[in-house]
Write a protein that binds this ligand. Structure first.
Ligand code: HEC
Ligand code: HEC
Ligand code: HEC
Ligand code: HEC
Ligand code: HEC
Ligand code: HEC
Ligand code: HEC
Ligand code: HEC
Ligand code: HEC
Ligand code: HEC
Ligand code: HEC
Length: 402
């Protein structure tokens, strides 16, 4: 164990003997003083060492010396140990003596009162955040936060959603855990590390109006398009009814937007706010097709309106401005021309005055549907009666035979 503390196994034995000798010399020359790691590890390096209550008090010297604090002496942290024998009750280590900034930030955050080790792990195995062994290495952060935010009991106690399980299945979680993508968003990128605040706090990067900037640190061009559009301008002007990134994408369960799952569930995304447009869209050809199974390919709200640079029809830059419709519809309808684009995607077929043509087509289709259904129902009933009669007949024949 002493050997372990000194590193390289090739020299372990020699170094070990030397260390024991040095420790002995130290004790002899200055009894009552303990200053080096080696002094402490002479006892605590023993892997089987436990305190009176049976808890392990062994320290892995090799890991410790490789850690970021490996150059410190044990009592730089265990500062109340001045010599040997050391007291039975040793004061809790104060990280703040050396890390005042982080301590102050935690103090003012939602995690105020949490020990540093609740995120940084074993105090004797702390590595720099760039080291894959660190609990706060980008690829390890979700699991570190997930120790608590993936715990159903904690979620229940604090009325929080179980964020971790949503996150791991999301596009960011997948990119990070399955593709090992260091630049995929982990918890820290959106929330920060030491000064994490509730999303209801206007200072928080997850407060509604700050979200576009938070996502925009990585998705820069999308943030720019969003900010130029009507939704971004509305939010910037203080209209909290307009959507930010997470209203359409969610925060932790973000899907790849070309996935069927996103396209299928997404009409309610726009439709949850634009309820009138949603109900008229639902009546038109593009949506009816969806019900027949073509939902994925057919035109979704954003195929005509864009997803981020959404603009009103009156805006000459809007894809639904009259001047741009041929191009917009032409993306899917090769050969779309002015008369084709006169089709109204939001036509209200229930309104006879506004859309007389559609009104009668709808009426005709409904009558047709009703008469076909009626015929079908009557046909089925008659068929059932007939087969029942036949059954009774064969049964009574069978009875005679037996
Ligand atoms: C001669 C052996 C010996 C040496 C040397 C020694 N310790 Fe200990 N240490 C012990 C024992 C035995 C205990 C358990 C005391 C108990 O059960 O209450 C202990 C307990 C501790 C604890 C408290 C563990 C707990 O239960 O919370 C800390 C911290 C600690 N030692 C740190 C050090 C440091 C730092 C050094 C070097 C400066 C050091 N020790 C040197 C034997 C030693
Ligand atoms: C970076 C600060 C730091 C350094 C350096 C450090 N420790 Fe600790 N040590 C802690 C913390 C934090 C704890 C957890 C208990 C607490 O908060 O006091 C701890 C706990 C312990 C315990 C109690 C058992 C356990 O693992 O919880 C022992 C024994 C101990 N340290 C020994 C040592 C020895 C021996 C060294 C030098 C090889 C050392 N420590 C160096 C911070 C440190
Ligand atoms: C809620 C979890 C959490 C807690 C609690 C926490 N940290 Fe951290 N810490 C992190 C994360 C995450 C990082 C990585 C930050 C990054 O990648 O920029 C980090 C990084 C650090 C760094 C490196 C800073 C840098 O920018 O290079 C230090 C030093 C640090 N923490 C010290 C502390 C101390 C001291 C405490 C206790 C006062 C503490 N931490 C409590 C999560 C936490
Ligand atoms: C005696 C002073 C001292 C104490 C006490 C101390 N540290 Fe450190 N810590 C340092 C030094 C020095 C560094 C190395 C700084 C560097 O190289 O940039 C460091 C680095 C770190 C880092 C890595 C920063 C990075 O680059 O990612 C973390 C995390 C950290 N300490 C956490 C803690 C925690 C948690 C505690 C309490 C258990 C603690 N420290 C106690 C002195 C201390
Ligand atoms: C892409 C950015 C992003 C990532 C990555 C992210 N979050 Fe969030 N988180 C947010 C936003 C934004 C909110 C604000 C609430 C909302 O919009 O749902 C939030 C809210 C929360 C909440 C509060 C939930 C509530 O409804 O009260 C917790 C807890 C949380 N996040 C933890 C985490 C943890 C743990 C991770 C990593 C596993 C993580 N977050 C990853 C952006 C993110
Ligand atoms: C030791 C357990 C623990 C760890 C580890 C932890 N948290 Fe928390 N976190 C909590 C608890 C408990 C709360 C609720 C605090 C409260 O409401 O008073 C909380 C609250 C939060 C909130 C605020 C939720 C809201 O109301 O909006 C966010 C965001 C959050 N944590 C993110 C993180 C992130 C990111 C990490 C990792 C860097 C992390 N947490 C690590 C226990 C933990
Ligand atoms: C730290 C950088 C970072 C942050 C912050 C970030 N993302 Fe991402 N995001 C990525 C990376 C990298 C990918 C690509 C993952 C892949 O394709 O495997 C991605 C993928 C996506 C995708 C899927 C796009 C596609 O075509 O695959 C969406 C949607 C998305 N992010 C939305 C958001 C939202 C919304 C926020 C803010 C709540 C956000 N992101 C914050 C880095 C980030
Ligand atoms: C009004 C709803 C809405 C808002 C607000 C929104 N998005 Fe999107 N986003 C979508 C839709 C719908 C798609 C799918 C577009 C497509 O398939 O053509 C998408 C696609 C994406 C993509 C994939 C790349 C692409 O263009 O296909 C990323 C990344 C993305 N959004 C990030 C963001 C970020 C970051 C924000 C905030 C700045 C944001 N989104 C705001 C609805 C929205
Ligand atoms: C969270 C609610 C919300 C969601 C989700 C939402 N919008 Fe909006 N939208 C608004 C608000 C509020 C305005 C009015 C902004 C203003 O004028 O200040 C608006 C304005 C518009 C406009 C401009 C025309 C008008 O009536 O002012 C269009 C077009 C539009 N949205 C399309 C969409 C599309 C397409 C989606 C989905 C990709 C969508 N919206 C998602 C709330 C929402
Ligand atoms: C096939 C293309 C297409 C689809 C799909 C579509 N729209 Fe439209 N939308 C248009 C056109 C063209 C206009 C302008 C003419 C009109 O009002 O009928 C428009 C108008 C609007 C307006 C009013 C804009 C203004 O400036 O007055 C809103 C809001 C809107 N649509 C929302 C939606 C929503 C929400 C969905 C999905 C449920 C959707 N649209 C689906 C093409 C489409
Ligand atoms: C994302 C692709 C897409 C966009 C953009 C789009 N459509 Fe369609 N549309 C479809 C699909 C797919 C069908 C069904 C294909 C079929 O059976 O011919 C369809 C069917 C139609 C039909 C039924 C008649 C026919 O041609 O079969 C009309 C009318 C129509 N679209 C009008 C429009 C108008 C007007 C626009 C522009 C405002 C538009 N569409 C934009 C994909 C799109």
């Amino acid at each position: 164990m002493i050997q372990a503390a000194l590193g390289d196994p090739r020299f372990a034995l020699r170094k070990g003997l030397l260390a024991i000798a040095l420790t002995a010399v130290a004790f002899l020359l200055a009894p009552g003083t303990l200053h080096t790691q080696t002094d402490c590890l002479a006892c605590h390096g023993d892997q089987s060492m436990t305190d009176a209550a049976g808890h392990s008090i062994s320290v892995d010297g090799q890991t410790f010396s490789a850690s970021i604090h490996g150059s410190l002496q044990c009592n730089n942290c265990h500062a109340d140990i001045k010599g040997y024998p050391h007291p039975d009750h040793i004061a809790t280590v104060e990280c703040k003596t050396c890390h005042a900034d982080e301590t102050a930030q935690i103090g003012g955050s939602i995690h105020s009162g949490h020990a540093c080790t609740s995120c940084h792990g074993n105090a004797h195995a702390i590595f720099p955040k760039t080291d894959a062994r660190s609990t706060v290495y980008p690829l390890n952060i979700p699991k570190t936060c997930g120790n608590c935010h993936g715990n159903p009991q904690l979620a229940k106690k604090y009325h929080l959603p179980n964020v971790y399980s949503m996150y791991v299945d999301s596009i960011h979680g997948f990119a990070l855990s399955k593709e090992g993508l260091l630049v995929a968003a982990n918890c820290q990128n959106c929330h920060g590390s030491h000064h994490i605040l509730s999303h209801t706090d206007p200072q928080s990067p997850t407060y509604k109006t700050n979200i576009p900037t938070t996502c925009g640190t990585c998705h820069a061009s999308i943030e720019a398009a969003y900010s130029a559009g009507i939704h971004g301008r509305a939010v910037a002007a203080g209209n909290l009814k307009a959507p930010v990134c997470t209203d359409c994408h969610t925060a932790h369960a973000i899907l790849q937007p070309t996935e069927a799952e996103f396209r299928m569930q997404s009409t309610p995304i726009c439709g949850s706010c634009h309820t009138d447009k949603f109900s008229t869209y639902r009546d038109t050809f593009h949506s009816q097709l969806g019900l027949l199974g073509g939902y994925v390919q057919t035109a979704r709200c954003w195929d005509c309106h864009q997803a981020h640079d959404v603009r009103p029809a009156s805006d000459p830059q809007s894809p639904i401005n009259k001047a741009n419709l041929v191009k917009t519809c032409g993306r899917c309808h090769a050969g779309a021309n002015l008369s084709f684009v006169a089709y109204q995607p939001h036509a209200n077929a229930r309104d006879r005055k506004l859309n007389p043509g559609l009104y009668f087509v709808r009426l005709f289709m409904n009558l047709l549907l009703i008469s076909v259904l009626t015929f079908f129902v009557i046909h089925t009933i008659l068929w059932l009666i007939r087969s029942r009669l036949q059954q009774i007949k064969t049964k009574s024949n069978g009875g005679e035979n037996a």
